[in-house]
Design a protein. Structure first.
Length: 343
């Protein structure tokens, strides 16, 4: 029936168009448009179930998404979530604002920074006296720490001291290292303890008391810290994806953190408790920036090098790479990522 109506309508238009040129000019576009929409209508009607399923899927997606963003939260929670409503992007790195996570005593809650919040009762920092006392009790070692670097040394990427761990390079599954104790809960790769103790001793001679916080960290602990921060954000009104994105800006995802290989340490000093840029202006911060390379350590995330490291400036985060490599990296003013590119 439908087809007969179409044919009669088409024949009527054609007959009308034969009368003169003006009629033909009017009939031609009407005929084309009418035929097009007629076919579209027939196609939609013949696939009605498919289009209904697509419409239902889209509707469910819109409804689900509406409950995933703070903008749709009730008015009672608007004030609580107001400080978290800024847009978040995984592709854009920005300097983390650590002040909102500081406790009254200066320690960090639910953070990558600080000691084991699960088993050690929160953020724990050990000072120079405790570390040097533990080293004295452990007795002398066979190491020869604190020697001048060799600018002509040959470096290879398979050197354990130069392993690159960042957002693009995960810790190899077969990576192993000897775990040594600094003091108390603090542990690190046993092969760097001598140089670390030598650096603390040298700083003390210059009337600078270094304090070590959060060196080696197990995967479970890293994962726990990461998940705790996600829960913290979600309790403040963010969706899981938003909480994950914000967390990844201040805590390295498990298996991509240098703390898990025992070569990275957060170092403060002289009572300065906050992990922020202000540490760079302290006596301890200035001493480390000028002397840490002599003992194999580098400032891992320098200011102005965020493009290479993917991490904001952290004047407290130091990484062991060996005296030779640390000397080259410091003298050239480059990052470990840039050093790797040259190897």
């Amino acid at each position: 029936m439908k087809k007969n109506v179409e044919e009669r309508f088409r024949k009527g238009l054609l007959k009308y168009g034969k009368k003169n040129k003006l009629h033909r000019c009017l009939v031609l576009p009407i005929l084309v448009i009418g035929t097009f929409f007629s076919h579209v209508f027939c196609f939609v009607r013949g696939n009605g179930k498919r289009f209904a399923m697509l419409a239902m899927t889209f509707l469910l997606f819109v409804v689900y998404s509406s409950f995933s963003f703070p903008i749709f939260l009730s008015e009672e929670r608007d004030g609580e979530a107001a400080d978290l409503d800024e847009a978040v992007s995984l592709a854009q790195e920005s300097e983390p604002d650590l002040s909102e996570f500081l406790e009254e005593d200066g320690s960090l809650s639910f953070s990558e920074y600080g000691d084991d919040v699960h088993s050690a009762g929160g953020s724990i920092t050990y000072g120079a006296e405790e570390i040097l006392q533990s080293a004295k009790q452990a007795g002398p070692s066979d190491g020869d720490p604190g020697q001048d670097g060799d600018l002509g040394a040959v470096f290879t990427r398979d050197d354990w001291r130069l392993i690159l761990v960042n957002k693009q390079h995960s810790i190899p599954e077969d990576y192993e290292f000897p775990l040594g104790t600094i003091t108390g809960y603090l542990q690190c790769d046993a092969r760097i303890v001598d140089d670390l103790v030598a650096m603390i001793q040298a700083a003390k001679k210059d009337h600078v008391n270094l304090e070590i916080r959060s060196p080696y960290r197990t995967r479970e602990r890293q994962e726990g810290n990461f998940n705790d921060r996600i829960s913290y954000y979600m309790n403040r009104g963010l969706s899981y994806m938003e909480a994950y994105q914000r967390t990844s800006r201040v805590i390295t995802i498990p298996d991509n953190s240098e703390h898990q290989i025992g070569l990275a340490l957060d170092i403060l000093g002289d009572g300065y408790k906050n992990l922020d840029e202000g540490f760079a202006d302290t006596d301890a911060g200035r001493w480390l920036a000028a002397n840490s390379y002599k003992y194999g350590f580098i400032l891992r995330y320098p200011e102005g090098k965020e493009y290479y490291t993917g991490i904001a400036y952290e004047p407290w985060h130091f990484r062991y790479v060996g005296v030779d490599a640390a000397t080259v990296i410091t003298e050239r003013g480059i990052t470990l990522e840039e050093f790797w590119e040259d190897m």
